[in-house]
Design a protein around this ligand. Structure first.
Ligand code: N01
Length: 543
């Protein structure tokens, strides 16, 4: 990894055309596209290097579960053709190296400032600029403010009595240290079995003296089927830039996979079983994103695929009691994020692994040397929190953002976010979000890259028309928000608690389901976004 460039901290200028917060896929995309317009830009990033989620989530086992070449940037065909992904699903070290490569390849580092947290931003009415405050007390101003802070970047610790008293090694997957962490010979506890928990559990189980997994909700999962990209595959992928770009730009959720347009009931039982089997053994998200369209809308259709995955879990886990704990029974397949695994279920066949079902035996207290549940005490030398994020809105709300008339973003979103395409929110002029609330869900870097182009088009329009103030018409934002609500209400996901529906038991006041992402399909999202550009941003207040 390149050395962090913190040398330029003292040279923060008073004014920029644009300030960008975050050096992940969204921030990098925004910097590239706004710099191409000739804007002076400054990007602030709390981490000491680029990568965003892929800088912070450096836990053992962290890797993509969408194909590497569908996850990386598409803005440059040359970049696409010259970077060799070594695996179909890249591990975190390679991904972090990729982000550093991109930053250097396009000479972005000179406009980036690492180890710098943005603490607040306030819109100065009349001047139509944002005043941005950094945690070290420095301030600067910019006409345009782009928050590329990420939907999954503010880590959450569980609210368990005594958590602060724990005296062993303790790590959150999303704040993993840079030094090596050794599990060998240790009694390790992992709390959480979402995508992060699954990946770290697979690694810890290899060397820990004992691993205790604390599971609250059993999740459906499917094999990742990772493997090296062979030289022939590499050549094939790199020569198909146009095709792959077109593909990820046309699917429901920006992935390479797209749903089978048939109904699940169009097939005979045998054919359906063969279809499921083939998808289960295919790479990545095939069985989730490439399944029949109606599994996410029709309960009877969903039951068929849910039963298939339940059977797989029972086949793979030897102890029937453990298998039953791992089999989800309170929701249907695909209604929460499906983690993709490599021998995850086989981990529970190892003698050094214990599964604790927190629904049956909940936490009572964390003590200096372990955790007490209602069934007994688990002594632990190390505790890993894979407890996820204050998802989607959390990173935006972590910054003290104040718009017109002293309106606070946090307060505005108390009952749920209201946005125009997840890109802007009323009362916060000249403020843009990358992969913001109610943007199209799915392959996040694709949303980020797409959003950056949209923002650049808007800024170009403003500059060409001599305008300095823009915010969405409240009615237009309400209309988009209502549309997102309508779409979600027709999906089974709307009946299930998870970050997909904004439920966060670790944060006060977040137990009610909300609409935080747009689930109507990336193609509809793109149509709406492109219509705004083509028609000169009619649904906006402009000055
Ligand atoms: O977080 P999560 P994550 N007591 O919220 C449990 C992306 N990602 O970091 O399900 C006990 O999914 C919680 O239990 P429950 C991906 O989009 C991508 O794993 O709420 N348990 C759950 O098991 C993913 O969806 C990759 O009942 C508690 C877990 O902690 C998103 O990030 C890799 C608890 C949290 O799961 C978030 O994943 C990793 C408590 N108080 C992540 N609080 C890729 O492969 C929480 N839990 C690209």
């Amino acid at each position: 990894m390149a050395a962090p460039d913190t040398s330029s901290r003292a040279s923060v200028a008073d004014n920029y055309d644009a300030v960008i917060i975050g050096a992940g896929a969204g921030g990098i995309s925004a910097l590239i596209h706004l710099r191409n317009l000739g804007l002076t830009c400054r990007l602030f990033e709390a981490g000491e290097g680029p990568g965003g989620a892929w800088y912070w989530n450096r836990y053992p086992g962290a890797r993509f579960d969408s194909e590497s070449y569908s996850y990386g940037f598409f803005f440059s065909p040359d970049l696409f053709r010259e970077w060799n992904w070594s695996e179909h699903f890249s591990g975190q070290p390679e991904t972090e190296a990729y982000f550093n490569y991109v930053v250097d390849r396009f000479d972005l580092r000179k406009d980036m400032q690492f180890a710098t947290r943005v603490s607040a931003a306030r819109f100065i009415e009349g001047e139509n600029v944002w005043e941005v405050a950094l945690a070290d007390g420095t301030t600067c101003r910019a006409r345009w403010l782009i928050a590329a802070v990420g939907p999954l970047t503010t880590p959450q610790l569980p609210r368990i009595a005594g958590i602060e008293s724990y005296a062993g090694e303790a790590y959150h997957t999303a704040r993993w240290p840079h030094h090596p962490v050794d599990f060998a010979g240790k009694r390790v506890g992992v709390i959480g079995t979402g995508a992060s928990g699954v990946q770290v559990i697979q690694e810890v189980a290899k060397t820990a003296r004992h691993l205790t997994v604390f599971q609250r909700t059993a999740n459906y999962m499917a094999p990742l089927k990772n493997g090296p990209v062979t030289p022939e595959e590499q050549t094939g992928i790199q020569s198909r830039y146009d095709e792959l770009k077109a593909r990820v730009s046309s699917t429901y959720a920006w992935f390479l996979h797209s749903p089978d347009p048939r109904s699940i009931f169009d097939l005979s039982d045998d054919d359906r079983e063969r279809f499921f089997e083939e998808r289960y053994n295919a790479r990545g998200m095939a069985i989730w994103q490439g399944n029949f369209r109606d599994i996410l809308t029709d309960r009877a259709a969903n039951d068929l695929i849910s039963d298939f995955i339940r059977r797989k879990i029972r086949e793979r886990v030897k102890d029937p009691q453990t298998a039953e704990k791992l089999v989800p029974k309170d929701h249907g397949f695909g209604t929460r994020r499906v983690p993709h695994e490599t021998n995850y279920f086989e981990v529970y066949n190892q003698p050094n692994v214990t599964l604790v079902d927190l629904k049956a035996t909940p936490f009572e207290v964390i003590a200096p040397d372990g955790i007490r549940t209602s069934e007994g005490f688990h002594e632990l030398d190390m505790l890993i929190y894979a407890t996820g994020f204050d998802a989607v809105t959390g990173a935006f709300e972590a910054i003290d953002i104040v718009g017109v008339d002293g309106r606070e973003l946090r307060a505005e979103w108390r009952d749920g976010p209201v946005t125009y395409l997840g890109l802007m929110t009323p009362g916060f002029p000249n403020f843009f979000m990358s992969a913001g609330p109610l943007s199209a869900q799915g392959n996040i870097p694709r949303t980020c890259e797409y959003n950056a182009v949209w923002v650049a088009e808007l800024v170009r329009y403003m500059n060409e028309n001599g305008l300095t103030y823009i915010e969405p018409d409240p009615a237009a934002a309400e209309q988009w928000t209502a549309h997102a609500r309508d779409v979600q209400s027709a999906l089974l996901v709307d009946e299930v608690d998870s970050w997909f529906t904004g439920v966060n038991a670790n944060r006060e006041g977040r137990l009610e389901r909300r609409v935080v992402q747009y689930r109507g399909g990336a193609y509809i999202y793109r149509e709406r976004s492109e219509a705004a550009i083509a028609n000169g941003f009619p649904e906006f207040i402009k000055k």
